[in-house]
Unconditional design. Sequence first.
Length: 277
Amino acid sequence: MAESLTSADVECVFERPEALVDRSHHYCPGCSHGIYHRLVAEMIDEFGLLNRAVGICPVGCSVLAYDYFAVDMIEASHGRAPAVATGVKRALPDAFVFTYQGDGDLASIGMSETVHAAARGENITVFFVNNGIYGMTGGQMAPTTLPGQKTTTSPGGREVAVMGHPVDVCKLLQSLPGVAFLARVPLSAPKHLKTARKYMRKAISAQLQKKGFSLVEVLATCPVQWRMTPIAALRHVDENVTKVFEPGVFVDRLDGDSHSGADGGATRTETERQEKR
Ligand SMILES: Cc1ncc(C[n+]2csc(CCOP(=O)(O)OP(=O)(O)O)c2C)c(N)n1
Ligand code: SF4
Ligand SMILES: [Mg+2]
């Protein structure tokens, strides 16, 4: 008969971060929100921010994020999270203040708050979930919807001549001197999670070093509103979404390391980074 294992015989290699509440998420199977929640919680643990983090929730599928993070959370009106974060950070400069926002929230109704918080160089960190759609309200077109993408309000596919081009938030914010760190990464494979953690560390460090506004955009899935299986949705991110929204670092002004500029020169894309390795 095989010997039974005791807890002394096994090594714990994976556990729930302390900053994540022990509660089932309401997110659909294959949705990236749960993964990004976990990464945010891992970072709060890693930087020891459990007792000084204040998160601002959006409106959208992650409206209930306050139920999942074991830190102080505030619910903002749709799109207003950067304005709320501004107030909290100015009142409590020692707090680590972050927003967690979808693309409808951040780049549509909240575009003004996003751009002006970045322009003012507010010392806050934005965790941005670009799934190219309004997930919560039934799959309407978002500013980030790809050309040709079918949504409930672009049933024939997004026609740019009529509905406009997708908004590239990283490129839009890149020119602003108040931005300290800006990067984009797909959440479509385990290897990208490593990159996401690296960018998130930089974004958090930017705030802790009082360098200004920081944002990490993740290219996320919404299998339900995309009408895809979770696997097909991951493939769609890799094969199509990353072609329109190129992953990489757009601004990095940490520790005297300044990489910013319209025509690149200093802008490092994921492709360039891989070539350097
Ligand atoms: C002022 C206001 N306008 C519109 C809405 C309706 N609304 C709720 S969520 C949402 C879109 C959410 O999309 P997104 O931010 O991309 O989040 P996702 O659900 O995709 O994660 C909209 C338009 C609202 N709640 N408040
Ligand atoms: S509708 Fe989309 S974004 Fe919302 S929880 Fe489901 S998969 Fe995620
Ligand atoms: Mg969305």
